[in-house]
Ligand binder design. Structure first.
Ligand SMILES: NC(=O)c1ccc[n+]([C@@H]2O[C@H](COP(=O)([O-])OP(=O)(O)OC[C@H]3O[C@@H](n4cnc5c(N)ncnc54)[C@H](O)[C@@H]3O)[C@@H](O)[C@H]2O)c1
Ligand SMILES: O=C(O)C(=O)C[C@@H](O)[C@H](O)[C@H](O)COP(=O)(O)O
Ligand SMILES: [Zn+2]
Length: 369
């Protein structure tokens, strides 16, 4: 069991990582429960598999749950779902001082967080992440958003949760493909800032994916600790530090857009392939050696994540992928900063990248596939 603080001045909150947390959730979150009925926004699968443990914990504190079900999938991060959810929260009489609970993966966390950011100009929320990806990444740091027809996470707000309870037991029911997708964001922390962690994952990645307690807890706690440190330093992604958490995402979001934000490519899979492309592009520009770039590709493919753009059978050219990148939130007066690598464990923000060179690089990758 680990408790990791996110030290934001005056708005410090804790991330608890361990087993059996849902059973104790009402006690652990008691500071944030002030009525005898609490709103829980839940991914349908997460509710079916883990909702009862949550309900029992609340019942033991004489509290009942008003459930709001969210259909699984990226499609729920939409204007329509945001409108339905905020109407429901208003109908339930949610007040500014209340805390809404989000049970599920990154989709439910991002959607609920955004609804809470704008409801009556802001109410509280507690994250109960039930996917590996949500436990190591999306539940921490306060980026909340929905997607629009123009692209990924384009409408949102920074709104920090009051508490995060990452119950490792919930991962026992997670499909293997979703577990691997979450592992991509774990690997990201090693690649962007911690060579020792990257090497540890090379040795222990299969134990993490097999849910071995010690390995899993170490991987989640190490990931959350790095994210907490970065978010505390640069909460709103203004100094360039937090942008490093976007490693692999400029390529990855473009691939997600090209595949229609569908089951063809999960977010974590896009990040995995995006990290490989970022490493190879870093090598093309001479920042790192090609052999080291291929170590990133090996770490990705070793656990069955996509490392080859050809596996997506896209049928588009490099320029089309670059056109998606123009919606990236890092865009700054016509230039797009890229998170690149000097070596594994040493990411940096390159502000002098020419998009026609990125298109040429992607064209070559697509043709060599
Ligand atoms: N806010 C951030 O900082 C941040 C960071 C990373 C990713 N994200 C966002 O997170 C989203 C991806 O999140 P995700 O990978 O958790 O996907 P997700 O929320 O779509 O969940 C993946 C699948 O797992 C199912 N599921 C959830 N918990 C389960 C459980 N315990 N057992 C069985 N099935 C379960 C869901 O029903 C769904 O089908 C993307 O929209 C991405 O943009 C946000
Ligand atoms: O927390 C961050 O900062 C991240 O960049 C984490 C990413 O894994 C996450 O996917 C995030 O939503 C992407 O950020 P965006 O600003 O490009 O939407
Ligand atoms: Zn991500």
């Amino acid at each position: 069991m680990a408790v990791i603080p996110v030290d934001l001045s005056g708005r410090r909150y804790e991330v608890h990582v361990g087993r059996g947390l849902l059973e104790n959730s009402a006690t652990l979150a008691s500071r944030f429960i002030r009525k005898d009925r609490v709103a829980v926004v839940a991914d349908e699968n997460a509710r079916q598999l883990h909702g009862e443990r949550l309900a029992q914990s609340f019942a033991a504190q004489d509290c009942t749950i008003a459930w709001y079900d969210v259909a699984p999938g990226e499609g729920s991060k939409s204007w329509a779902e945001l409108a339905r959810l905020t109407d429901w929260l208003l109908e339930k009489g949610t007040e500014r001082g209340d805390h809404v609970f989000a049970l599920g993966g990154g989709v439910v966390g991002d959607l609920t967080g955004f609804a809470c950011a704008i409801l009556k100009r802001g109410c509280g929320f507690v994250q109960l992440p039930t996917t590996l990806l949500a436990q190591v990444d999306s539940s921490v740091g306060g980026k909340t958003a929905i997607n629009t027809s123009a692209g990924k996470n384009l409408v949102g707000a920074f709104h920090q949760p009051a508490l995060v309870l990452a119950d490792l037991d919930t991962l026992a029911t997670l499909p293997a493909r979703e577990m691997r997708a979450g592992y991509a964001e774990v690997l990201k922390y090693g690649v962007l800032g911690d060579r020792v962690f990257f090497d540890w994952l090379t040795e222990n990645g299969t134990s993490v994916l097999a849910l071995e307690t010690a390995a899993l807890e170490h991987a989640v706690a190490t990931s959350v600790s790095m994210k907490a440190r970065i978010v505390a330093e640069d909460e709103r992604e203004t100094s360039g530090t937090r942008a490093l958490l976007n490693l692999g995402h400029t390529f990855g979001h473009a691939l997600e857009a090209e595949t229609g934000f569908s089951n063809r490519l999960l977010h974590g899979e896009g990040v995995a392939l995006g990290m490989v492309l970022a490493a190879r592009y870093s090598a093309r520009r001479g920042h790192m050696g090609p052999d080291e770039a291929e170590q990133v590709a090996e770490a990705v493919s070793a656990v069955g994540l996509p490392a080859d753009i050809g596996s997506l059978k896209l049928g588009c050219d490099g320029k089309t992928l670059v056109a998606h990148m123009l919606h990236d939130k890092k865009m700054d007066a016509g230039t797009l900063p890229f998170v690149l690598l000097r070596s594994i464990g040493a990411a940096f923000l390159a502000k002098d990248v020419a998009l026609n060179d990125v298109a040429a690089f992607l064209e070559k990758e697509l043709r060599s596939a």
